[in-house]
Design a protein around this ligand. Sequence first.
Ligand code: GAR
Length: 194
Amino acid sequence: MNKKNIAVFASGAGSNAQKIIDHFRRHAFISVALIVCNKPGAGVTKIAATEGIELLLTDKATLQSPDFSSVLKGKGIDFIILAGFLLKIPASLVEAFPRRIINIHPALLPKYGGKGMYGHFVHEAVINAKEAESGITIHYVDEQYDHGATIFQATCAVTPADTPDSLAHKIHLLEHQHFAPVIERLVADEASGS
Ligand code: GAR
């Protein structure tokens, strides 16, 4: 099996990044080779240091430069995993990694997606709308926010007692349970040529 390298892009605490690192720690042919972050000092930068994984700090302009995909290819990156990454992925990167960029969104897309819909804002909107259900969506990334084809969804109940914080907790549990195994399936399919 060809070795496959993952880059995890994250802007925040990095709890999903940590789960992904843990999942692939001793994997036969998939490894987390790079963490990309646009927020110096974010929790995920400390995870990279503790885990001894290369950290690449970036910003909007660098991400949008046509050279950015070459930098990633130069580091041998095969897949990009967005785990709470809040900058928009430019078309140049989508074109350089077709169906190789995967995002997790903390709601059931196409509802509660788009610009400004991240983290707490998503959970507040779901609660304000009195939804009975929320969940997670894992999807391919295209040029629009939260828009590419859905790969996987899982749901959880929203009760009248839920607050944005309690809902965030339920959603994180779902993310931590499902994201890494879904990534493994996609990358393994690619590695075996199917
Ligand atoms: C996750 O819940 C992820 O779904 C969300 O950010 C959180 C990051 O948490 N992503 C978005 O809202 C993207 N629109 P983490 O830093 O603990 O992994």
